[in-house]
Design a binder for this molecule. Structure first.
Ligand SMILES: [Zn+2]
Length: 505
């Protein structure tokens, strides 16, 4: 050890430090800090990912960067994809003084244009709710003649007004091209098949024999993911950082379209039976605005054109999902052959035959009325955690002839989780207790994350074993089991890092 240190002092060589600052031991708030000290010249500090912690929100307000490092010291940020748990802390970093470049795929930037604004609105709304609660408590204490302690008002982490400061910082990184982003640092993005614009990020630090390559999966999708191209193999890395969401699970391998056709056909048969006073049934599909909504629309269109389900009038009722669908249309060039060819033939792959995007409140309000024929309403949020979908559920959950189809991950505490897992007889929506008479369906087939066998299949493309593989973005059980699977299948050296742990690469 001592000799190694002496050797280093005798001939200056590069040093690379990596701090794991988020998505360690859980699946939220991706954030990695790198410090690259070249043999000569200035130290370069950068962040890989800039994610908002959505599980433990208090973390977003803590000092997240390593001790002694401030936002203004960061030279640049690399973001793998547009999901807020990978990107949503950026406005807070900019608010704290960061002014460097933000490297990301241009489609990710297009999605972040509205996702970050929405995140700002959510931050502002959360602070408002806390402040209203404080005000109510103080008023009550005053009316009772009690002395109330002054509680400082809650300040949002950032607001929609802070977000536009981020936009001029973005710099485009396209897939499969090598970019020199700083002296001695090269960056390459490859297709991650997770959501539009999502990238597996490969960074090379240093020159010549000393160069070290870090490959970060971001989030990687499944083989044959609808709309997107296949996950691109990577052949070399000294260090791999991989997501582990499904580190201990295997997906059901079944025909997604056949399952959806069966669910819709049964729902349609129920919906045709008119109920006295409420009319026909409705098929409500809550889905995540980015990726999931477009896949569902694409699948519905495919099934309708093939005559496998009836041509049911389909409505997309979510401002954010409409914006996300427009970004997908703009980036049709990034899609797989099947989807791209539909656009090249001048058709819209996201428009079922009888399709309307609700852009006015009149159009939305009409959907709250009794239905004269069965219709499909697609909206966000995917876990029915808020937004216009709640109002549709309020109307349709008590209807025996309606069906709600959940198509994605349901987190504990969300209405979707309760409906899917607890099968309650009644639920509370907007403060009202409602009977649940509608049929609740759940399809796990739309997952955007590869399972452990699928990630290991991707890892088999590496020529030579990486020095070390770090497992992040998974919960405790998934991480430990995934470690065992990789060690057994590939014989790689695997580490499950803790949050705030630092490694010298
Ligand atoms: Zn993601």
């Amino acid at each position: 050890m001592k000799r190694e240190r002496q050797k280093r002092l005798a001939s200056p060589s590069q040093r690379i430090k990596m701090h794991i600052l988020g998505s360690a031991g859980d699946v939220s708030g991706s954030l990695f800090y790198f410090e690259y000290s070249p043999p000569e010249g200035k130290v370069i500090r950068f962040l890989l990912e800039c994610g908002l912690h959505q599980e433990h929100e208090e973390i977003n307000r803590q000092k997240r960067l390593p001790k002694g490092v401030e936002a203004k010291d960061i030279n640049f940020v690399i973001i793998s994809h547009a999901h807020i748990d990978h990107s949503g802390w950026l406005p807070a970093l900019v608010k704290e003084g960061f002014r460097g470049a933000v490297y990301t795929h241009p489609a990710t930037k297009d999605l972040l244009d509205f996702l970050l604004l929405d995140s700002g609105r959510l931050q502002e709304g959360a602070a408002d709710r806390v402040n209203r609660f404080i005000a109510r408590r103080q008023k009550k204490a005053q009316s009772q003649g009690k002395k109330s302690r002054r509680i400082p008002l809650s300040v949002p982490l950032y607001t929609p007004e802070d977000v536009p400061l981020c936009f001029p910082l973005f710099k485009s990184i396209n897939y499969n091209q090598l970019y020199n982003i700083a002296d001695g640092i090269q960056l390459r993005f490859t297709e991650a098949s997770h959501i539009l614009g999502a990238a597996v990020v490969t960074i090379t630090l240093g020159k010549g024999d000393e160069a070290k390559t870090v490959c970060f999966t971001g989030n990687v999708g499944r083989p044959n993911t609808p709309l997107l191209k296949e996950l691109t193999p990577v052949k070399h890395a000294d260090y791999v950082i991989t997501e582990s969401t499904y580190g201990n699970k295997l997906h059901q391998k079944r025909d997604r379209l056949a399952v959806l056709a069966d669910v819709v056909n049964k729902a349609y048969a129920r919906a045709k039976q008119k109920e006295r006073g409420t009319g026909c049934g409705v098929i409500v599909i809550p889905a995540f605005a980015v990726g999931r909504v477009q896949t569902v629309l694409y699948d519905l269109r495919t099934l309708m054109l093939a005559g496998r389900i009836p041509n049911i009038a389909t409505f997309l009722d979510s401002r954010m999902a409409i914006a996300a669908t427009d970004v997908h249309r703009k980036w049709a060039s990034l899609m797989n052959d099947e989807a791209r060819q539909i656009f090249e033939q001048g058709q819209d792959a996201f428009s079922p035959p009888r399709y309307l995007e609700c852009k006015t409140s009149d159009q939305t309000n009409r959907l709250y009325e009794n239905a004269s024929e069965p219709v499909i309403i697609v909206g966000s949020s995917g876990m029915a955690a808020g937004g216009k979908i709640l109002k549709h559920l309020e109307k349709r959950l008590p209807q025996k002839n309606s069906t709600v189809v959940f198509v994605g991950y349901q987190g504990t505490g969300a209405l979707g989780y309760d409906l899917v897992n607890k099968k309650p007889k009644q639920v509370r929506v907007h403060g009202n207790v409602l009977p649940v008479r509608a049929t609740i369906e759940y399809m796990s087939d739309y997952s955007g994350h590869a399972d452990y066998e699928e990630i290991i299949a991707w890892m088999r493309h590496f020529e030579g074993k990486p020095r070390k593989t770090f497992l992040v973005h998974g919960d405790g059980g998934a991480l430990e089991e995934f470690k065992g699977h990789i060690e057994k299948a590939l014989g790689w050296s695997v580490v499950v890092p803790q949050r705030r742990q630092c490694f010298e690469l």
